[in-house]
Structure formats: structure tokens, C-alpha cells
Design a protein around this ligand. Structure first.
Ligand code: KE4
Length: 427
């Protein structure tokens, strides 16, 4: 493939933007090579500035669940923008969005719109700390909740798994307050709560981990965390920025039948525009300014054009059978990839949930972050580039989930499996 224009753009970008990108994962650092620059996108396809076309399994990292440039989403944006782009005073679409989210996610009796998943999660833990008067937060190794200081923490050594900053600029005084434990480890959670349960403001988790590749909760695990939080007076926070409205209309909390105290959302509810949200029980959310003392604000929060894109997307995913079809497509894709790998004699395993999947160059099962780290990432990187050359764009990291949209039809899945057969043969 010719990448001349992308190379020129990347060369210019490197001079002026850190790493040449406005978000690190886009730089292809973990898979090697240079990123391509998008020109346009439609349905399941991305087209780069050199005219190369790809079947897209990233979908802007989640928002494009109904496919790129969906006519109904574009029409909603076009109609709304003609009345103005931003008012800084309330707008009816913010009420419509709040009604939509609280109707689809019953655990959210109230909701606040923000502009990114990061804003949603850092606001949610502020509510947890403000409402409980406690300071400690529990997160899980391998889970990503955006770049808020309290989340850029890695598991420390020692029993208390004291947090250690995993980025310069995060004060250790703050990192100390974040405890990190292993995902899907029932005993680790029980032990931590027995030791310091009374000090924990909130436990935040990706109910299905989509940032360490894709890892599903073991049977009963989420319920176990629910019970521990209830017993010790800590708030259970489901970070559904990625899983929300994807793995089921009501998200992972609907799929697994768990009621968190707070939830965070993003991606799909913006339909590609910058949107995040956090919500939960009324007695918690009522404490958020200006109805309560816990402060949080944002100039463009609830932006009408972003609301229009998000609402049009929410309408599309409420079509009868939307999520059942998404689940079928995801399974046909993953079954086909596994069959292709088997025929090529390659150790390969997939994990999957409706609309999202994980690819591992190792035998299954993959149930923990340790299991995920056992994947042959060098082999994944070669597979990534072999697929890219054949017109299939996978997430450019062995530690990111892939995404399927309703625009991925039989033709796209068949073409992807054909490309995989050829790519496995080169490994
Ligand atoms: P944003 O601030 O990037 O909108 O959302 C942060 C976030 C929070 N919670 C979860 C579960 C998330 O997956 C994310 C963001 N996801 C990454 C993909 N791994 C976004 C891609 C990127 O960083 O560019």
C-alpha cells in the first residue's frame, strides 16, 4: 500500500504535536510503523489520505456502533447545528438525553453530561469520596478509566497493594490512595475489603475489561464485588464508557444483572462527538453542584450538536434485534478467526461480548490480566500489519479490544476472515 501522504502528514505532526498524535494509542508505537491519516469514513470502512480503504474494527474506539457517517446521525447534526453550535445556557436536547439515559439504565436515577470518559470517571470518584467522606479508591490492574490522576496508578508491592504513580506528574500522596488489585480474583477483593473496607470510598471497574485486550468477568465475580461494597459501605462504580449501550442496550450492568451505585459512560452517547456522562442513585447525584456541594462543571457539557449525534445513535441502537445481531456478527467473526488460526496451526484465542472482542496469540482461556500478558504480542504485531496491508484495520495494540458495528455485514466479515487466513500463513 502507498502511504506517502500519511507519511508527510505524520512528519509535520511530529514537529508540533507530542508523538504526532492527539492520543497516544493512535501513534502505532506498540505495533510499530507509522499511523495512517484518515480522509473519510463510511459504514464499516475507513479511507486514508492515500486512498487506501480498510474494514475498521476500531470504530473511533467505540462511538461508531452504527457505522461511520450514518445518514441519520449526520442529518441530526446538520439540523441541530443550524440553530447554533453552543449556547452556555440549558437546551432541550440535554433534557432529552438525560431522559434517554435514565430510561435505558435504571440504576441511573440522575445523570450529568460531561465531555469525555475521563471527565466522567474522575467526577464519579469525586462523588464517591464526597458522599462517603472516605478517600481510598480501588481499581483493577489492566483496567483503564481515562487519564485522571487517581487512575494513573499501578499496583504497588506489599499486601496493601499501595498505589504507585505510573506517570510522572501524579503525586504519590494521591497515588497512595488508590489500591490496585487483580481482576477476577475473588480472594484479593475479599482480603482488601476485610483489611481496609471501612476506608474505601469507591471501587471502580470495567465490568468487561476492554483496555487489557478483552477479558470477561468470571461467573459471580461482579456480584461478589457488589456484596463487598454493600457490606463495607463503599460505592460500586461501573465504568461503562466502553461497554455501555454496546454489550447490551443497558450495558454490562444489564447483561450481568448488577446494580452499581454510580456508572460512567462515553463514546456511543456522543455518536462520535465529544461526550461523557456519569450518573447513579438520586441521593448521590443530588450532592453534585449546584444542587449539592460536590463541584463539577464544563463549558461544553451537554453541547446541543453533540447531544443530537448521541441521541440519533441511541435511537439507532434501540431498533428491534440490534444487539442480538451485533452479538451474532461478533461471534461469526471470532469463530472464523479461530478456525483460520487452527488451520494454520497458530496458537490463537478470542474473547467476545456483543460488539467487542479480544484477540490473543496464545491458547485460551484468558481470564486475568496475567493471562492476557501471556499473549505473544510480537506475533500480534506482525498479524496487525499483515491484516492492515490486506485492508483490515485492527486495534493497533495487543492490549486493546476490537469493535464491531451494525455496519459490519456478511461481506465484511467474510473478507476479514479471508485476510486472516492469508495473514496467519505469513506468521
Ligand atoms: P476518554 O477520556 O478517552 O473519552 O475515555 C476514557 C476511558 C474511560 N473508561 C474506559 C473504560 C475507556 O475505555 C476509556 C477510553 N478508551 C480508550 C480505548 N482504550 C480510548 C482511546 C484513546 O485513549 O485514544
Amino acid at each position: 500500500m502507498n502511504h506517502t501522504q500519511s507519511h508527510d502528514l505524520f512528519t509535520r505532526a511530529l514537529e508540533l504535536i507530542p508523538g504526532g498524535v492527539n492520543s497516544p494509542v493512535r501513534a502505532f508505537k506498540s505495533v510499530g510503523g507509522e499511523p495512517f491519516f484518515a480522509q473519510r469514513a463510511e459504514g464499516a470502512y475507513l479511507q486514508d489520505v492515500d486512498g487506501n480503504r480498510y474494514i475498521d474494527y476500531v470504530g473511533s474506539w467505540g462511538p461508531m456502533i452504527a457505522g461511520h457517517a450514518h445518514p441519520k446521525v449526520l442529518a441530526a447534526v446538520e439540523k441541530t447545528m443550524r440553530d447554533g453550535l453552543s449556547f452556555g445556557v440549558p437546551n432541550a436536547l440535554e433534557v432529552t438525553m438525560a431522559e434517554a439515559i435514565t430510561a435505558i439504565v435504571p440504576s441511573c436515577e440522575m445523570v450529568r453530561m460531561v465531555n469525555s470518559g475521563t471527565e466522567a470517571t474522575l467526577s464519579a470518584i469525586r462523588v464517591a469520596r464526597g458522599a462517603t467522606g472516605r478517600n481510598r479508591i480501588v481499581k483493577f490492574e489492566g483496567c483503564y478509566h481515562g487519564h485522571g490522576d487517581s487512575f494513573l496508578v499501578k499496583a504497588g508491592s506489599g499486601v496493601m497493594t499501595l498505589g504507585l504513580p505510573n506517570s510522572p506528574g501524579v503525586p504519590s500522596a494521591l497515588a497512595d490512595l488508590t489500591m490496585t488489585i487483580a481482576y477476577n480474583d475473588f480472594d484479593a477483593a475479599t482480603k482488601l475489603f476485610e483489611e481496609i473496607g471501612g476506608e474505601i470510598a469507591g471501587l471502580i471497574i470495567e465490568p468487561i475489561v476492554g483496555n487489557a485486550n478483552c477479558i470477561l468477568p468470571r461467573d459471580g465475580y461482579l456480584q461478589h464485588l457488589r456484596e463487598l461494597c454493600t457490606k463495607h459501605g463503599a460505592l460500586l462504580i461501573f465504568d461503562e464508557v466502553m461497554t455501555g449501550f454496546r454489550v447490551a442496550l443497558g450495558g454490562a450492568q444489564q447483561r450481568y444483572g448488577i446494580t452499581p451505585d454510580l456508572s460512567t459512560f462515553g463514546k456511543i452517547i456522543g455518536g462520535g462527538m465529544p461526550v461523557g456522562a456519569y450518573g447513579g442513585r438520586r441521593e448521590l447525584m443530588a450532592q453534585v453542584a449546584p444542587s449539592g456541594p460536590i463541584y463539577q462543571a464544563g463549558t461544553l457539557s451537554g453541547n446541543p450538536v453533540a447531544m443530537a449525534a448521541g441521541l440519533a445513535t441511541l435511537e439507532l441502537i434501540q431498533a428491534p434485534g440490534f444487539h442480538e445481531a451485533l452479538e451474532r456478527t461478533t461471534n461469526v467473526l471470532c469463530d472464523g478467526l479461530e478456525a483460520a488460526a487452527r488451520d494454520a496451526g497458530i496458537a490463537f484465542h478470542t474473547t467476545r461480548a456483543p460488539g467487542m472482542f479480544g484477540l490473543y496469540f496464545r491458547e485460551g482461556p484468558v481470564e486475568t490480566f496475567e493471562d492476557a500478558k501471556g499473549s505473544d504480542s510480537a506475533r500480534f504485531n506482525r498479524f496487525f500489519h499483515a491484516m492492515l496491508e490486506r485492508g483490515v484495520y485492527l486495534a493497533p495494540s495487543a492490549f486493546e479490544a476490537g469493535f464491531v458495528s451494525s455496519a459490519h455485514g456478511e461481506a465484511e466479515i467474510a473478507a476479514t476472515i479471508d485476510a486472516a487466513r492469508a495473514s496467519f500463513a505469513t506468521l
